[in-house]
Design a binder for this molecule. Structure first.
Ligand SMILES: *[C@@H]1O[C@H](CO)[C@@H](O)[C@H](O)[C@H]1NC(C)=O
Ligand SMILES: *[C@@H]1O[C@H](CO)[C@@H](O)[C@H](O)[C@H]1NC(C)=O
Ligand SMILES: *[C@@H]1O[C@H](CO)[C@@H](O)[C@H](O)[C@H]1NC(C)=O
Ligand SMILES: *[C@@H]1O[C@H](CO)[C@@H](O)[C@H](O)[C@H]1NC(C)=O
Ligand SMILES: *[C@@H]1O[C@H](CO)[C@@H](O)[C@H](O)[C@H]1NC(C)=O
Ligand SMILES: *[C@@H]1O[C@H](CO)[C@@H](O)[C@H](O)[C@H]1NC(C)=O
Ligand SMILES: *[C@@H]1O[C@H](CO)[C@@H](O)[C@H](O)[C@H]1NC(C)=O
Ligand SMILES: *[C@@H]1O[C@H](CO)[C@@H](O)[C@H](O)[C@H]1NC(C)=O
Ligand SMILES: *[C@@H]1O[C@H](CO)[C@@H](O)[C@H](O)[C@H]1NC(C)=O
Length: 554
């Protein structure tokens, strides 16, 4: 029997498959029990700054591109880049945005053969991540995360799924932390249910010491089912020929020393002091930093508008700069100590401290988003729904939620927007806070229409139409009992199931309308923002119609 080369290649990847890296206690190990250190580089082309920042800005976000290029979708580009990644000596790349409906087989298997793991962010720009200005953990985000996980679950070289990048960046939006922790909880449960051993990580902004430590403690404390496995810090403090003692890394290492999960620098590489020599690499991969950190991700392989890039592409091929050459030297020169032994380690829980006064984050986590409940309420309890063109436009959805909530507040309806709001500071979550933005919009428009049941009340500038699935309008009592029937007996937390089957590389239905990419470090790379920024400020307060669902973290 004769095989073509292609058929032979298809038989081989199993042999080449990289082993899963696991966490024991606060360290990472390969299956032989050798400590694993991330020697990484960020691998995400910058989005198009010229055309696409306005949507994110309009939604209260940073002037980030809302488009992105999926760097794992182009076999030709991966073939172009992998020799350079090997020259750099990296064992991991961090990728910030991928499109789950594209095919990643070629890049992922080529990376695997090159000995390179992928640390993959599952959030997306524009409306595809937890919005720090109006945080929620919804069915649509959960579906987006599981869709990406399904697309990558077949690859052996996924090191970790990163569930958020700098979602929380000041005490003023630390009320987003319970939503991030709920995302870790539900993502971990989902991974376990599909027998994935990939780790779950979070990448934090670097801030002042107290806030940095309080957030790390919050997101890593308590029951193993709710903690991230891998806690990242995006750090740009080690500049030029700084030292452990004067870069701030001493304080950071000390501050994270009692974390019971693995830590890593999810971005590093200060550029303010001349061409980079990467002296932090040998510090990172030796004691005392290696007692706490398991390596890091240098920023960035691709060019960025603010000069973090290390390669350029021209007609005569790829050119690497001196930062690149120096990083390659630093990585090849450094091998982290192979201690402590895996057998001496075990998973232990960091006891959750009383919530720090500098963290406005409740220990009550929001519930697991329950799509069945949301769809049931949408069908049985709502009169007025957005037309498809509006539902497919996240910016319109956000604007209309605010408009409808404003109108509703002026009626005598007993229904308020509290039902769609979640408050991470007090730990109160309206029963529809977990639903998609579209269903939240339908809910408020319906409440308004039911209070004013004339045709013009369900118009919203041509954006809405009366539901055909049942009688309209509904009395408040009828709407409430229909909604209660949908909610009855439903658990607060459960193992999520994917709403879509694992991707096979062929097209999948809807995908977020816009997206972005890594562009600059720290505050830059926030990803996406739900267009409902003002809802939370309008409707913070007690939960309205239904009992709030709450789950304690520890
Ligand atoms: C591939 O590389 C080209 C040239 O840099 C770039 O224009 C294109 O966007 C890349 N495509 C992907 C999918 O990364
Ligand atoms: C938090 O918000 C207050 C009031 O708007 C503002 O004065 C303060 O500077 C903010 N703090 C931070 C750390 O952003
Ligand atoms: C952790 O949480 C899970 C799910 O709620 C529970 O079954 C388990 O008993 C908890 N473990 C500990 C040590 O509290
Ligand atoms: C260690 O953990 C506790 C919470 O259990 C926290 O209060 C403390 O500040 C942490 N940091 C250090 C450096 O001990
Ligand atoms: C190589 O490693 C040694 C020991 O950690 C360190 O002192 C030296 O600066 C490193 N050289 C480079 C080029 O990183
Ligand atoms: C983003 O918006 C689109 C269009 O409204 C929607 O289909 C998608 O589910 C949204 N994504 C998230 C994560 O909310
Ligand atoms: C609300 O109720 C008050 C008192 O019953 C009534 O005067 C007012 O017209 C009502 N407003 C609306 C918008 O129905
Ligand atoms: C729909 O709502 C948006 C946002 O409020 C508004 O700009 C637009 O005029 C409305 N009508 C249509 C047909 O889009
Ligand atoms: C993902 O790729 C599909 C197929 O090319 C495309 O239709 C869709 O718009 C893309 N989604 C994003 C978020 O880029």
């Amino acid at each position: 029997m004769r095989f073509s080369l292609g058929a032979l290649a298809a038989l081989l990847p199993l042999a080449a498959a990289l082993p899963q890296i696991t966490r024991t206690g606060k360290y990472l190990y390969d299956p032989s029990g050798t400590r694993f250190y991330i020697k990484g580089v960020a691998y995400q082309p910058q989005g198009n700054l010229a055309v696409s920042t306005t949507a994110n800005e309009a939604n209260g976000g940073f002037p980030e591109p809302s488009d992105f290029v999926d760097p794992l979708s182009s076999a030709a580009n991966c073939t172009r880049d992998i020799p350079h990644l090997k020259d750099l000596g990296v064992n991991t790349i961090r990728v910030y945005s991928v499109n789950a409906s594209l095919n990643h087989d070629s890049c992922m298997s080529a990376l695997d053969e090159a000995g390179i793991y992928v640390l993959l962010d599952v959030s997306l720009p524009l409306n595809g991540s937890i919005d720090r200005a109006s945080p929620s953990w919804t069915t649509s985000l959960l579906n987006e995360y599981t869709r990406t996980i399904n697309a990558f679950n077949k690859y052996p070289n996924v090191l970790a799924y990163n569930i958020g990048n700098e979602v929380i960046n000041t005490v003023n939006n630390s009320n987003a932390a319970p939503f991030v922790k709920a995302a870790a909880r539900d993502t971990k449960a989902y991974l376990a249910s599909i027998n994935s051993k990939a780790l779950v990580s979070y990448a934090a902004v670097d801030t002042d010491l107290e806030f940095r430590n309080a957030l790390a403690d919050y997101l890593t404390c308590g029951n193993d089912s709710v903690t991230v496995d891998l806690y990242g810090l995006n750090n740009y403090e080690w500049c030029g020929q700084a030292t452990y003692a004067n870069s701030g890394w001493n304080v950071i290492t000390q501050g994270f020393s009692n974390l019971t999960v693995a830590a890593f620098m999810s971005e590093f590489g200060c550029i303010t002091a001349g061409p980079r020599q990467w002296s932090e690499v040998s510090a990172m991969l030796s004691q005392p930093v290696s007692d706490v950190f398991s390596g890091g991700i240098a920023f960035s392989y691709f060019p960025t508008s603010d000069n973090y890039g290390m390669v350029t592409f021209g007609s005569d091929g790829t050119t690497v700069n001196s930062d690149f050459t120096a990083l390659g030297r630093a990585y090849s020169n450094a091998t982290g100590p192979n201690s402590p032994a895996q057998s001496s380690q075990s998973n232990t829980a960091l006891e959750c401290p009383p919530v720090s006064p500098i963290l406005a984050a409740s220990t009550q986590l929001p519930p697991t988003p329950n799509e069945e409940v949301c769809n049931c309420i949408n069908k049985d309890a709502l009169s007025c729904t957005a037309i498809p063109a509006t539902a497919n436009n996240p910016i319109k959805v956000g604007a209309l939620i605010n408009q409808a909530c404003g109108l509703l507040a002026q009626t005598n309806s007993t229904i308020s927007c509290n039902a769609i709001a979640g408050d991470g500071q007090t730990g109160t979550y309206g029963p529809l806070a977990m639903c998609s933005p579209n269903i939240k919009l339908n809910y408020v428009m319906s409440a308004y229409y039911d209070a004013n049941p004339v045709a013009t009340s369900c118009d919203f500038g041509g954006n809405a139409t009366l539901s055909t699935s049942r009688e309209c309008p509904l009395s408040a009592a009828a709407a409430q009992s229909a909604a209660e029937a949908c909610l009855a007996g439903k658990p607060n937390t459960f193992t999520p199931t994917a709403s879509e089957a694992p991707a096979t590389g062929s097209a999948s239905p809807s995908s977020p309308a816009a997206s972005s990419s890594s562009s600059k470090p720290s505050a830059g790379r926030v990803g996406a923002l739900l267009p409902t920024s003002s809802v939370v400020t309008l409707f913070l307060g007690a939960v309205g119609l239904f009992a709030g669902a709450a789950v304690v973290i520890a």
